[in-house]
Design a protein around this ligand. Structure first.
Ligand code: UD1
Ligand code: CA
Length: 463
């Protein structure tokens, strides 16, 4: 049987250094609350349980703002420090026979990979307690790792308790711990720090080594990953660093960018080589983009699957859509959730598509609304065509079969079907099925009154 893993995220601090009404862990890092980043990373380790420790005042907003399928919340009764916070899960953890991974809610940039490697090291070394450390040029604010003359870690000392010499130590505590139940029980023995009046979780290292528990402190990951965010300045810095790190990875993978400081790529995005991105492009959520695409300025793409050789022109918005290879979108186009553009389809300026399939090589290039439609191959949708999909209560489907030609300024009142190869004359309102190969017209015939203008202005004298 696999040894179980539970995760505890500490998020009950008062966050006073943030100087904000908003709970610290709900401050957004590149659009997503800090704590959400931590929980999303935690989930990738497939823990048996994830527990978030909140305080009385932030538990409500946290519950509301965080999407949490399997997360449990526990309240720390008073803000008495990190050891006290972790102890507030003691009832849940009683006699737990696996490993407890402790994360800080204000350390959102940790990668799942680093945590997986950490877990491996902890288990392979059969440790009771493991801690991740990292090196940083300016260690102020972090707890320092104190090692003996053999290099074995013996304790962690917080900023306020350091001697001048110790303050020079650049190896610091990341706030990420793995412990078994025997180490967890030592929390009860941690004494109040006399200077701060708090129970420091960091004291667990000295206690555990003194009692002869197997302990390990491992330098892993980098400074960016473990950056704790306590102030607004640190939050801004973290956003920049996170963005730069992701952008750099894609540059190394042969993605081109005109200005890498003005491209925003989420951590769960994948981009194929040879794709080129102009400034002010936002690629978010679970988006994948194929090879050799071009994305022009001011485009936002969220949760989309885009294949190779796709061109997305400026000022377009794409959400939860699939775009097959060789298709083009924009400028000024909007693909709303449920859009599927088949190979080589073309969606042009001021065209909105929602919950619709647009067939291979089909074009809708100007000023149209396509909603709840199923459009075949090689169809031409004329300028200003509207699918009237909504009667005020329900939505209905429009079906346009292969090789249909829809003239400009057509309204298709759903539910309606235009069959294979049919034509619809410009300016028509289509309410009935159009048979295969037919021409549908629904507009009043034009009447010309010859000489009308001259007659009118003769009476009044002046034009
Ligand atoms: C803590 C560590 C420090 C480490 C650093 C890494 C301690 C005493 N110090 O310092 O060694 O280098 O993190 O970023 O642990 N929290 C509670 N209840 C409390 C106090 C804090 O839940 O009573 C939570 C906070 O919400 C936060 C986390 O614990 O998510 C860390 O607390 P914080 O006050 O930010 O500790 P640091 O001073 O950053
Ligand atoms: Ca912190």
């Amino acid at each position: 049987v696999k040894r179980p893993l539970w995760i505890v995220v500490l998020a009950a601090g008062l966050g006073t250094r943030m100087r904000s009404e908003i709970p610290k862990v709900l401050h957004k890092l590149n659009g997503r609350p800090m704590l959400q980043w931590v929980l999303d990373t935690a989930e990738k380790l497939k823990p048996g349980k994830t527990i978030v420790v909140c305080n009385r005042s932030n538990v409500k907003p946290v519950r509301n703002d965080i999407s949490h399928n399997t997360v449990e919340f526990v309240i720390q009764s008073k803000p008495l420090g990190t050891a006290h916070a972790l102890l507030s899960v003691k009832k849940l953890i009683e006699e737990f026979s696996g490993d407890i991974l402790v994360l800080n809610g204000d350390t959102p940039m940790i990668s799942p990979d680093t945590l997986k490697r950490f877990l491996q090291r902890h288990r392979r070394s059969k440790n009771s307690l493991s801690i991740i450390s990292f090196e940083i040029d300016n260690p102020s604010g972090y707890g320092r790792i104190i090692r003996d003359s053999y290099g074995s870690p013996i304790m962690i000392k917080e900023e306020t308790d350091l001697t001048k010499e110790e303050a020079q130590i650049k190896e610091v505590n990341s706030g990420v711990y793995l412990m078994d139940y025997s180490a967890f029980q030592l929390l009860r023995r941690i004494k109040k720090n006399s200077r701060k009046g708090e129970y420091y979780l960091t004291d667990i290292l000295a206690l555990a080594t003194n009692r002869g528990l197997r302990c390990g402190v491992y330098k892993m990951g980098d400074e960016v990953e473990f950056m704790g965010i306590n102030t607004k300045e640190e939050l801004q810095k973290a956003q920049r660093l996170m963005r730069q790190k992701v952008v750099k990875t894609w540059l190394q993978n042969d993605v081109g960018m005109m200005d890498e400081d003005r491209v925003y790529i989420g951590p769960d995005v994948a981009i194929g080589e040879g794709t080129y991105i102009y400034p002010d492009v936002y690629i978010e959520g679970e988006t994948s983009i194929g090879k050799n695409c071009i994305i022009y300025p001011n485009v936002r793409i969220v949760d989309c699957k885009i294949s190779d050789n796709v061109v997305i022109r400026e000022y377009s918005s794409l959400e939860k859509s699939v775009v097959e290879s060789g298709a083009t979108v924009g400028p000024f186009a909007r693909l709303r959730p449920g859009t599927l553009l088949k190979e080589g389809a073309k969606i042009g300026n001021f065209v909105e598509v929602k919950n619709s399939l647009v067939g291979e090589g089909t074009k809708a290039l100007h000023l149209s609304y396509i909603g709840d439609a199923e459009i075949g191959k090689g169809v031409n949708i004329g300028a200003g065509t509207i699918t009237c999909n909504y009667d005020g209560k329900k939505k209905y489907k429009t079906i346009i079969e292969d090789n249909v030609f829809i003239g400009s300024d057509t309204q298709l009142v759903a539910p309606v079907r235009v069959k294979k190869g049919a034509y619809v004359g410009a300016g028509s309102t289509i309410t009935k099925e159009v048979p295969e190969g037919a021409l549908a017209l629904s507009r009043t015939e034009q009447r010309n009154i010859n000489g009308w203008v001259k007659k009118r202005f003769k009476k009044r004298g002046k034009r």
